[in-house]
Design a protein around this ligand. Sequence first.
Ligand code: FAD
Length: 380
Amino acid sequence: MDVDFTQEQTMFRDIVRDFCEREITREYVRECDREHRPPRELYDKLGAQGWLGINIPTGYGGSGGGAVEVAILLEELGRAFLDLSFWVFRAVTWGGLTLGRDAAESVKEEFLPQIADGSKTVCFALSEPQAGSDAASIVLSAVEDGDDYVLNGQKVFTSGFKASDLVVVATRTSSEGRKHHGITNFLVDTDSPGISYTGIETLGHWPLGTAQVFFDDVRVPKDRMLGELHEGWADLGVYLRYERLCLSAARTGAAKAALADSIEYSHQREQFDRPIAKFQAVAHRLADMQVLTEISEMLVYRYASRLDRDIATVRDAAILKLYACDAYKQVADMGLQVLGGYGYTMEYDLQRHYRESRLGVIGAGTSDIQRNIIAKTMGL
Ligand SMILES: Cc1cc2nc3c(=O)[nH]c(=O)nc-3n(C[C@H](O)[C@H](O)[C@H](O)COP(=O)(O)OP(=O)(O)OC[C@H]3O[C@@H](n4cnc5c(N)ncnc54)[C@H](O)[C@@H]3O)c2cc1C
């Protein structure tokens, strides 16, 4: 695929790809999935490589890369192990981007180097039981008390919480006026007194998992506020658009893996005295999967490059998220069909792609919401 990488970016992609081929075996991925176990050993190795701080400025222990480098890393990791890529996406989005942009200087100095080396992990809590697509209707409250804010309420679908030291929490600090006003984001220690959580059983995303998190008089120092008091909604928009890049890049990598497995199987499996790849119905399905994957890749790097040039629009992010997540879902579905009954068994990885791909069109803004955003930018 001829994405216009610089020589350094091509080298970086080759190094990450080589690392994944050497370090991430199919059996290891299956084991973490089966056991609902975060791939801690691998995460630590990524920290040692310096890749968890890929978008953290060098002055804070990172390597100061841009959005294209982030996309390359997440795509390659997503091809090898989607949940690992999601874990890294959290470091780059809620760490590198969010803290790097909006945390107090002392908080950056304390935490960014630790996020870069993997010794601190971070996740994100926006969704609440009554606030899903309508995220601005959150009610978890943060009330000023001396040198702290005191948080009370509940979050839902806080992914990766069980493996995180820190969580970026969107709170309600004012109920005056429009619901988009009065939202403030905080960086909170997950082991703060007053926090408890329970896991949620889901169709996929098993290694990192997702959880309901309860806040009961949780004290958070004032200097852990991210950005301005009451003005967190606009910042969330920036974070969520970056999240769209990360999740789309990871899923594009996963779609490539599902496609590769399907092609390989189609050459090996024989029916009616020939490999099934020789049947036009199967070959066309694989051709459609190729098209979906290539267009996703083009959109990922179009958006990443626009972010780096500071010309990315809200519509670009929504088109990318809508297309790439739906493409992975279609590729996984078609790939499972190529494998027939074997695709439906736990012996092959297509079932995992099929389960994992379903989340893409729901999480981080459903496909309906992406279409709403695109339509709005069209004046509709
Ligand atoms: C496994 C998993 C992991 C997640 N991880 C996180 C996380 O780490 N942090 C976090 O904060 N959240 C997380 N989420 C939450 C996720 O972002 C929400 O599930 C998603 O935004 C949709 O909200 P909802 O589930 O409440 O659905 P709802 O908003 O109730 O939507 C239900 C249906 O109605 C449709 N709908 C709603 N409003 C509109 C509208 N205006 N126009 C058209 N259709 C509409 C939706 O498209 C959907 O089909 C996660 C969710 C899952 C399942």
